[in-house]
Design a protein around this ligand. Structure first.
Ligand code: AMP
Length: 413
């Protein structure tokens, strides 16, 4: 690969050697997406812009992806009969949701190529398999123990120490299925709340900040990473992302190296988010601990739509279709703030949030996901702001989010 193509990185010369696996899926063909949330919606918008047709499958009719897809299939994820018909109607399949049953993905993969491969999803959606994959491949993770009973939990707490975090092995995202254990008195209650036969107890990581890297790997082995994002979570849900991350260059390089290496280790074709904790260990770059992997575009990569030459969704499309990966240059520093259901609840009585006020701020963009019911904690949309520096972008996006709500109704927590 010529070294002057920005954003595309040759890994072990694969660009030269690697043949594109499977036929290229050119614009005009039909992409199937399993899962109908906002990630699928933004993917479908990118795909339709490039002339693809999109079919979306989700249990809920009028889902965020279905609203912008050519064809919406409404069926339960374990309805293999419908999934097979869906597969027969499209040229390639990807997913935006991790909890698609493995049997469904396998049935689809027998009919049409699925990227990332079902095995990648099977590894990353199960916290124990994911952590085992990471630790056996030498990536640092928080100390962890599988726990299958309250007695095992008590024993694991004794080993890992307090505080610690009990997480479900499956169906965990956005802090769902997580309980922090601060004292031995919390153990019974934490086990009860798990509500699943298997959990993973994690040692608490005293991080100085949270980072993420969105990495894409094409069908020919080419790898590309977006700029490292710095993330702030509230109540275990992403609240704010700023890019570039305000950490030393050596830290960014290490984060990017980890992300590329994990993508390669998984033999990923598609997009993968690698969430990391940065821990101050006295070295200038600090120590990185991998928290979580998601083999799809990620909330912390939404900045790429407004601030990069190629968005994470177009990159997913390019990767799964066997097209060359796009240029990921960051045009401007950017900040992204999530809009959760509570921003609606606290908005003016009977009215929508004051989007007009937010959009009056220069550099601010609004993304809404087409969800009608603003439940607390539900991701309804996001705002981004670009500026000449990251501090200004951050201040602008927070100002814009505040502007949605009349002063007397702003949340104080
Ligand atoms: P997760 O759903 O695992 O991505 O966790 C959501 C958020 O909870 C993370 O981004 C952290 O802010 C926090 N968290 C999760 N696991 C740990 C841990 N082992 N130590 C400290 N904070 C954690």
């Amino acid at each position: 690969m010529p070294s002057d193509i920005k954003g595309l990185v040759d890994v072990d010369g694969e660009w030269h050697r690697g043949a594109v696996r499977g036929p290229v899926t050119l614009p005009g063909k039909t992409i199937g997406i399993l899962g109908g949330g906002q990630l699928g919606r933004m993917f479908a918008i990118a795909a339709r812009r490039m002339g693809y047709r999109v079919h979306a499958l989700d249990p809920a009719p009028d889902c965020p992806t279905g609203q912008v897809a050519d064809v919406e299939w409404s069926a339960a994820y374990d309805d293999i009969g419908t999934a097979v018909k869906f597969a027969a109607a499209v040229d390639v399949v990807t997913f935006e949701f991790e909890n698609i049953p493995y049997e469904t993905l396998q049935a689809v993969a027998e009919i049409v190529p699925v990227f990332p491969a079902p095995l990648v999803l099977d590894t990353t959606r199960h916290r124990l398999r994911e952590k085992t994959f990471l630790s056996t491949h030498g990536y640092p993770v928080a100390p962890f123990r599988p726990v299958a009973s309250v007695d095992e939990l008590r024993a694991a707490v004794a080993v890992l120490g307090l505080p610690c975090i009990l997480k479900t092995a499956t169906f965990g995202y956005d802090g769902k299925g997580q309980t922090r254990i601060n004292s031995l008195d919390d153990v019974d209650d934490a086990w009860h709340r798990l509500g699943q036969p298997l959990g993973v107890l994690e040692g608490f990581v005293a991080f100085s900040c949270e980072l993420s890297v969105i990495v894409a790997r094409g069908r020919n082995g080419a790898i590309s990473t977006f700029d490292v994002a710095e993330n702030v979570h509230e109540h275990h849900i992403l609240d704010l992302t700023v890019v570039p991350a305000r950490v030393p260059e050596a830290t960014k390089k290490n984060a990017i190296d980890v992300a590329k290496s994990v993508a390669k280790g998984l033999d990923l074709i598609g997009v993968l988010a690698v969430e990391l904790f940065l821990v101050d260990d006295g070295t200038p770059a600090g120590k990185l601990v991998v928290n979580e992997l998601a083999p799809r575009p990620h909330n912390s990569g939404h900045f790429s739509i407004d601030a990069c030459a190629t968005s994470q969704f177009e990159q997913q499309l390019r990767a799964v279709c066997g097209l060359p990966l796009g240029d990921v240059t960051l045009f401007r520093p950017v900040a992204m703030a999530n809009l959760l259901g509570e921003h609606w609840h606290s908005a003016d009585v009977g009215g929508e949030p004051r989007f007009d006020q937010a959009l009056a701020i220069s550099g601010v963009k609004l993304h809404l996901y087409g969800k009608t019911e603003p439940r607390p904690g539900r991701k309804m949309g996001h705002l981004t702001a670009t500026a000449d520096d990251v501090e200004t972008a951050r201040a602008l996006v927070l100002q814009a989010r505040d502007a949605l709500t009349p002063t007397d109704r702003r949340r104080r927590d």
